[in-house]
Design a protein around this ligand. Structure first.
Ligand code: CUA
Length: 162
């Protein structure tokens, strides 16, 4: 082979992967975002942590029906509990979790529903999940928040449709 051809092939061997890798990553991003429904948690607003109890929607904690099979869960975290810590929705429900923290950073982790957000004092987190299976699903705090962090949990009870 001529020297020019060798150089050309050598260059191609570097250029092709350097195009293929970002294209592959973009494809993986699109598949997870639109196919698997994975989304980056975003800030849904700010709140004064000292005034949570009198600020809507956290002045009324719990499950609120917002439409046919649509619910909003207004949830506040504090060391070392969630309020509410038991959430009941019918099977097939689409649930918007709106949460914040009174004190330190906590986490809202519901592995069964692909919910994984931080609950940050001063910030409102919002995440949407669907519950297609009946049963009891574990809620955990997955941000270390102090000595009793491991006890901080709750559950979602998905009931048969009445
Ligand atoms: Cu709250 Cu860990």
């Amino acid at each position: 082979m001529k020297r020019g051809t060798v150089l050309y092939l050598y260059e191609l061997a570097w250029i092709l992967p350097s195009i293929a890798i970002p294209v592959g990553m973009l494809a993986a991003l699109l598949v997870t975002a639109f196919g698997a429904g994975i989304h980056v948690p975003s800030t849904a607003g700010r709140i004064d942590p000292a005034k949570i109890s009198e600020t809507a929607p956290f002045d009324q904690l719990g499950v609120v029906k917002t439409g046919p099979l649509h619910y909003e869960v207004r949830l506040v975290s504090q060391i070392w509990s969630f309020s509410p810590n038991e959430i009941r929705v019918p099977v097939g429900a689409t649930v918007t979790f709106v949460g914040t923290s009174r004190d330190v950073i906590h986490g809202l982790f519901i592995p069964a529903a692909n919910v994984n957000v931080m609950l940050i004092p001063g910030q409102i987190s919002r995440v949407v999940a669907r519950f297609d299976r009946e049963g009891e699903f574990f809620i955990a705090c997955h941000e270390y928040c102090g000595i009793a962090h491991h006890t901080m949990g709750g559950k979602v009870i998905v009931e048969p449709r009445s």
